[in-house]
Structures are given as C-alpha cells and as structure tokens.
Ligand binder design. Structure first.
Ligand code: SF4
Length: 386
C-alpha cells in the first residue's frame, strides 16, 4: 500500500506545538477559537482509544471543549466560502477567456502551491487567488466572527486543526495577516497532535457526549465537507458554478465522476450550452505528469484541482500513520457519506455564508472579499518558517 507519512512540502520533521496551545489556553487575556478541517473527522479516532462508529463529529467537538477551547467551529463554513469566491472567479475568467491563462488551478493546497511556484513558475498566474479555507477562516475570525460574537479581535488566538504539515508553513506566510490583528491563523496543529492532546488530558470516550459546534459559524454544507477528498473541491465548485450560471441547482450528484482514488481524472460537463473541461489530480507524481501534458499542449482543460497528497487531505501528512497502509480511500468514503446524508448539499445555500455576504462582504469577489479572502501567490515567500 501507499505510505501516508509522505509530506509534499518535503523535509518536514515532526514538530510539536502543543506547548504553544497550552500557553494560550492558560492566558486569561486570550480567547481561543479553533477550526477543524473536514478531514479530521475521518481520522481522529485512529490515534486514540475510541471505536470508529463512536467517533462522531459531535464527540470530537466534545473533546475540544474538554481541552478548553472557548469557541469551536468547522472549517467547512469557509470551505463553502472558498467555493463562492473560487467558483465566481472561475466564471469571471471563463466568460473573459482571452484575458487569462488556462487552465485555472485550485489553490487551497499549500503543498501544490509550493510545487507550482518552484517547478512550474510560469503557471503561478493560473492559480485561483482565493485563499484556502484555513486562511479564510482565520481572516473571518478576526473580523466578522469577532464582530458577530461581540468579542475583541485582538484577543483572539486562532487555532486550526489540520490533516496537513504544509498548513504549518502556510499560516506563517507574511502575506496572510489581512485582518489587521496579527496573523489570520495563530497556530496550526495536526490530527496527530490533537490525538496526543486527548491522550495527555486523559479524555476517555465515555466522557464524551454529542455536542454541537458553536453557533453561528458551525454550519457547513456537504459540498464543503468533501473538500477533504480528492475531487471534492471540483465537485463542490461545479455544483455552485452551475447555480451561479443557470440560477437553478443541479442534481447534487451530477459531477460525481471526479470522485475516486485514480491519480488523474478528467471529465467534461455541459452547463447551459458551455462545455467545461475539468481535471483532478492527487499526489505529486500524477501532478507532474499532468503538468507536463499541459505544457506540451497534449491536454486542454478549463479548471483543474490538484491535491499534493494521494487521495487528498484525508491522506494528509498530519493524519495518524499506519505503517504500510493506505487510509485515504476509506476516510474519503466517510466524507462522501456525510455529504450524501447532509440536508445541505450546496455551498451557496449555507446560511452562514449567505449572512456573511449580506452583512459583511457584500458579494463574492467584492473589494472587501478581495482584501480578506484572496492572496497574491506570486508574492508568497517560499522560505520555510516552521
Ligand atoms: Fe495539506 Fe491537503 Fe495539500 Fe496534503 S492535500 S498538502 S493535507 S492541503
């Protein structure tokens, strides 16, 4: 099987930031706010003594409350926001085709962003300017969320729990402090660090009950949840792009042919007479093959999703490790199951996202959305600041 210890950023040693979290939790002047990425709910049980069936998202929230976080939210909210920004950006580029280089690439995976900047710098301009859900959450935490909760943005210590080691790099990039209250995200912990915290605090499965994320930013759609699996960003984006172009929802599973563990997938979809050619790749070997084919003109696509880890974030380098086994596929299935049974299948129907635009950002790709939710990847410094 595939080894999941692989980290696409390269040369990353295991590092433990739990001490920094302990300091923040003990500081009476800090308000701790945590976001958890979609992929965490599929794997947190693997490193602790709780069965897969018991390890619900509600019990994960309960564990985070016991650890001591003041506010607990779901990155899925800003995965939905990313879809609104990135989907609108795609439509803008697609309807002014001659003004842009093609294809447009997703940019939510910092392992991929780093790869394209070092290996294919001519294609950096093809990346969506939308920040990743992690960074969007951080920017919203210290602006709109602080405002809605009536708390002082300068006191917020914004933590994310990610399946990923390269997110520890991403949150330290100088360009991502747009909210004006320090870094958008102050600390990134991996799933493995979360499991170590749960074990260190001696939190037992019997101590955990079903608890909800904090209102009003705890809501995410099934489209946002599948962000954690290869093809999920593309599928979520197409569901909302279809709505933005036609004014109607597609059948939610219309774009499911981009699912699955195949390293390089492609499909063409028709939306209101427009042919949209898409490709999805995961793993950097597949990515290099796809990039070479694009460069040589052997393939033509409009929209391409790349995830550096095989299978996407569910197979990320920060997830629990099982020697010689590949866990991305069954974890991805968990996300597709959550999406299937979610009452909310479209990012544009997330009421927290709608409220965010109505009360704060105005509309996708507005001036304020650009200031807070987009970034200039050309300027990203590649120095590793871990
Ligand atoms: Fe991180 Fe996900 Fe990219 Fe892997 S695929 S490097 S886990 S963002």
């Amino acid at each position: 099987g595939q080894c999941i210890t692989h980290c696409p950023v390269g040369a990353l040693r295991e590092r433990d930031d739990i001490g920094l979290l302990r300091d923040a939790l003990a500081d009476p002047d800090k308000i701790t706010m945590v976001q958890i990425a979609p992929a965490i709910r599929t794997a947190w049980a693997e490193g602790i003594d709780i069965s897969k069936t018991e390890a619900t998202t509600g019990k994960l929230v309960s564990a985070l409350r016991r650890i001591g976080f003041d506010y607990i939210f779901d990155t899925t909210y800003t995965a939905d926001l990313t879809i609104m920004e990135e989907g609108s950006e795609f439509i803008e580029r697609f309807t002014h085709k001659e003004d842009y280089s093609w294809p447009m690439f997703t940019s939510c995976c910092p392992g991929w962003v780093r790869f394209v900047k070092t290996q294919y710098p001519d294609y950096v301009k093809n990346l969506s300017t939308a920040k990743s859900p992690q960074q969007m959450f951080g920017a919203m935490a210290k602006t709109f969320i602080a405002q809605k909760l009536g708390i002082d943005a300068d006191k917020i210590f914004s933590v994310s729990i990610m399946p990923c080691l390269s997110k520890k790099y991403e949150h330290n990039v100088d360009q991502v402090d747009d909210a004006g209250h320090g870094k958008d995200v102050d600390l990134v912990l991996t799933t493995r660090e979360l499991d170590r915290l749960i074990r260190a605090d001696n939190i037992q499965p019997d101590d955990l009950k079903e608890e909800s994320f904090d209102p009003i930013f705890g809501e995410g759609s099934g489209a946002g949840v599948i962000f954690g699996a290869t093809g999920g960003v593309m599928e979520a984006a197409l569901r909302s792009a279809y709505f933005l172009i036609t004014g109607e929802n597609p059948e939610p599973d219309s774009f499911k042919s981009v699912r699955g563990m195949k390293g390089w997938k492609e499909a063409t979809f028709e939306i209101k007479g427009l042919q949209v050619r898409v490709a999805v790749a995961s793993g950097l070997g597949n990515t290099r093959r796809l990039m070479e084919a694009i460069k040589k003109g052997e393939v033509q696509y409009d929209f391409v999703e790349i995830m550096a880890c095989p299978g996407g974030c569910v197979g990320g380098g920060g997830q629990p490790v099982h020697d010689g086994c590949e866990y991305a596929s069954p974890r991805g299935e968990i996300l597709y199951g959550l999406d299937k049974f979610s009452g909310l299948r479209f990012s544009h129907e997330n009421t927290a996202v709608q409220m965010t635009y109505d009360e704060f950002l105005e509309k996708p790709n507005s001036h304020r959305a650009h200031e807070l939710l987009h970034t200039d990847l050309e300027n990203w410094d590649l120095e590793m600041k871990l």
